[in-house]
Design a protein around this ligand. Structure first.
Ligand code: ATP
Ligand code: MG
Length: 320
């Protein structure tokens, strides 16, 4: 089956007065129809930059290279008209902190109906659909009359999910949809998104720094470090048996939800992520890596095959 989303050699460089910041450095990533793919990695590794690039929502100082094929068409070459058709109807994004983007003076049912109206639906259809969506996200149609300030953080997040589903897109990109919420609500919301997209056959690209929540929701995981994918494979395997030392460190830092003892005492990741404007030579992870060997500062690791369907950018994988 050809992928719905096929990202090839994507680079994003932010041009700043202080110099170039290479935020995404050659990412290949695909999402099949109906597939749920998670992207994990620490703050600053380029997750949001990648998500925003997919729909060309980056600020003007971002220079892009590579290809982003959505349903076979290159997003980077689309006219503005084509791009508008893709946004919401083809792919919709639940942004980081998006719940603060709700309009404070409009009832939530009107805001859920809005994308349907914008894409040519009539008022009656939009109203009926908004009520159904409120039900689907577990809010109940009664909450449709509410204004955002009358809802909790978790409820507002559910409204955002209803909006993202309103035009039944082929792909939903959810960028840390739950950062501000407590961990139990996070788990509930992520399960909700996972269930809603599965019921509708919608593909999902879910971004989080918490590998364990992604492992519970997604089919496949890509782990990012310093602007690159350093490992990818089936979600459960990447979480429990990472082939890249960074994946293992990330899994230890975010133990499985439900494993309360482990979550109370997570193993912190050693050191800090590198400054993208001043990356270590060779493998960007080598200064923090517990299994680094003398060649690591000199070898630029590629995504080598670690097992069928599994790749990791680590010299130890290449040696095996
Ligand atoms: P987080 O987990 O904190 O959301 P992230 O993985 O989403 O992090 P990005 O927001 O994609 O990371 O940022 C990647 C890098 O690009 C960071 O070093 C960030 O400082 C830099 N960056 C992001 N936006 C801009 C911008 N508009 N101009 C310059 N640099 C930027
Ligand atoms: Mg981000």
């Amino acid at each position: 089956m050809s992928p719905l989303l096929d990202v090839r050699g994507l680079t994003v460089t932010y041009k700043t007065s202080g110099g170039d910041i290479p935020a995404v450095r050659g990412v290949d990533l695909s999402v099949a129809p109906g597939e749920k793919v998670g992207i994990a990695g620490e703050s600053g590794c380029g997750k949001s930059t990648l998500a925003l690039a997919l729909l060309r929502l980056l600020p003007a100082n971002a220079a892009l290279g590579g290809e982003i094929l959505f349903d076979g068409d290159d997003v980077l070459k689309m006219s503005f008209g084509q791009l508008r058709a893709v946004r919401w109807a083809g792919a919709s994004v639940v942004f980081q902190g998006a719940m603060h983007a709700l309009n404070p003076v409009r009832r939530v049912e009107e805001q859920i109906a809005e994308p349907i109206l914008v894409h040519g639906g009539d008022r009656r259809t939009a109203r009926v659909k908004a009520a159904e969506l409120l039900d689907d996200v577990g809010l109940g149609a009664g909450k449709g009359r509410a204004y955002p300030h009358e809802l909790s953080g978790g409820q507002k997040q559910r409204v955002m999910i209803a909006m993202a589903l309103a035009c039944t897109p082929k792909l939903i990109v959810a960028d840390e949809p739950t950062t501000a919420l407590d961990v139990m609500i996070q788990a509930q919301i992520l399960r909700l998104i996972g269930g809603l997209v599965a019921d509708r056959g919608i593909s999902l690209l879910m971004i989080s720094h918490d590998l364990s929540v992604l492992a519970g929701t997604c089919d496949r995981l890509a782990v990012m470090y310093a602007g690159r994918v350093v490992e990818q494979g089936p979600a459960g395997e990447v979480f429990t048996d990472g082939k890249h030392p960074y994946s293992r460190a990330l899994a230890a830092a975010f133990p499985r939800i439900g494993d309360d003892d482990a979550r109370r005492n997570p193993q912190g990741l050693p050191g800090d992520p590198p400054d993208p404007a001043d990356l270590p030579t060779g493998c960007a992870f080598h200064p923090r890596c517990p299994v680094a060997v003398p060649i690591c500062p000199d070898v630029d690791p590629q995504l080598w095959s670690a097992a069928p369907g599994r790749d990791a950018a680590c010299v130890h994988v290449k040696e095996n």
